[in-house]
Design a protein around this ligand. Structure first.
Ligand SMILES: *Cc1c(COP(=O)(O)O)cnc(C)c1O
Length: 386
């Protein structure tokens, strides 16, 4: 029987050190490994870019938590995305992505990989017809080989039906990639819903403490895993040992953290709805969110991210973003501390003026694990300034 999520989070890839009995696997802060003769390796370890026991622990843990056979850890979410696309696609291939993917993902695909010959189209992933048409159309030079979706999306909190997209991808002979950063593997497992590959920015909920950058790829297809492993080794955008170790440590508490992130966010979203300054609250846990029922089906809970739009427009959103004391104004998300973000000038500045531009009256909250009464009091004093 497969063990429960929290048991896997704490024990997968985390066996006590065989030489000393250290309950926590040690941090192997090294770039190379001694050989007992030319090419005679101990346990297969040779050179840090290729393999490192600390990174192996994390990769095992990531695969176990997403329900995949292979896990790969990288220096950042974008490094993972770049390795994935270069490993599985060739110049001429076409990617169809959501029209509200993370700004950095859009920039990577649209400005870096386009030079390498990968074309793309950005569409509304909630519109089946639009997705099918874009997939069928392909690019100038070639066919659609990859569909890329984020659900919930950043920062519009749109929910997309992963199983339905997997069906479209299968029919078209394309791969479905799900960026599962916002949900984390505790709340949603795209591979079980039919996706081919899951990517994460582990910088966010998986690490969970805003102290380590990283990215991950998880999948179950051995042939694709071999190609990804080769690019990981040949290019070398791997997670450093310390970052990997911090991420394994953070990941052990993912389940309890996500439960509290979700309950704090639910309470704050409901409170925001009562405020006259607020035009719209984007949180899938609210019954009037267009993706509420779908999210209730494909996610365990609704997560810790909320976007809010203000009636007072850009000025109101900026004022709130700069007026909180418990929420810290900063990029990133998914840590234990609450963060406030003004996406159109911060995380999503790179998509300003494109079809992915974020409304200027929107702020994004990453609801942390502080006492929810303090978070609401902080938002209350900020909104009272409007
Ligand atoms: C942050 C983020 C990324 C990029 O990850 P980095 O670790 O910053 O490179 C990708 N997707 C989503 C949804 C993100 O929030």
């Amino acid at each position: 029987m497969t063990q429960g999520f929290n048991t896997r989070a704490i024990h997968a890839g985390q066996e006590p050190d065989p030489t000393t009995g250290s309950v926590v696997p040690p941090l192997y802060q090294t770039s190379t490994f001694a050989q007992d003769g030319i090419g005679v390796l101990r346990n297969g370890y040779e050179y840090g870019r290729g393999t490192n026991p600390t990174r192996d622990s994390l990769q095992t843990q990531l695969a176990a938590l997403e329900g995949g056979d292979f896990g790969f850890s990288f220096a950042s979410g974008l490094a993972a995305e770049d390795a994935l696309i270069r490993a599985l696609l060739v110049p001429g291939d076409h990617i169809v992505m959501g029209n509200d993917v993370y700004g950095g993902t859009y920039r990577l695909i649209n400005r870096v990989l386009s030079v390498w010959g990968i074309s793309n189209a950005a569409v509304d992933m909630a519109d089946d017809g639009a997705v099918r048409a874009a997939v069928a159309a392909g690019g100038a030079g070639g066919a659609t080989r990859m569909i890329w979706v984020e659900t919930p999306s950043n920062p519009m909190m749109k929910i997309t039906d992963i199983a339905a997209l997997a069906q479209i991808a299968r029919e078209a002979g394309a791969l479905l990639v799900v960026d599962n950063t916002f949900a984390s593997p505790y709340l949603q497992n795209p591979l079980a819903l039919g996706a081919d590959v899951v990517v994460h920015s582990t910088t966010k909920y998986i690490g969970g403490h805003s102290d380590a950058s990283g990215g991950a790829i998880v999948l179950s297809d051995a042939a694709m895993a071999e190609k990804i492993g080769f690019v990981q080794f040949a290019v070398g955008a791997v997670s450093a040992p310390m970052e990997a170790w911090l991420t394994t440590r953070g990941l052990k508490t993912l389940g309890v953290r996500m439960d509290r992130h979700s309950s704090n966010a639910q309470e704050i979203a409901e409170w925001l709805l009562t405020r006259p300054e607020v035009e719209r609250v984007l949180y899938p846990g609210l019954p009037d969110h267009p993706g509420h029922e779908l999210a209730a089906r494909q996610m365990k809970r609704f997560g810790g991210m909320i976007s809010v739009q203000f009636k007072g427009g850009e000025a109101a959103a900026r004022k709130v973003a700069e007026s909180t004391h418990v929420f810290t104004l900063a990029e990133s998300l998914g840590g234990i501390e609450s963060l406030m973000n003004y996406p159109s000038e911060m995380t999503h500045a790179s998509v300003k003026g494109t079809e992915l531009a974020v409304p200027v009256n929107l702020v994004r909250l990453s609801v942390g694990l502080e006492d929810v009464a303090d978070l609401i009091a902080d938002l209350d004093q900020a909104l009272n300034r409007l």
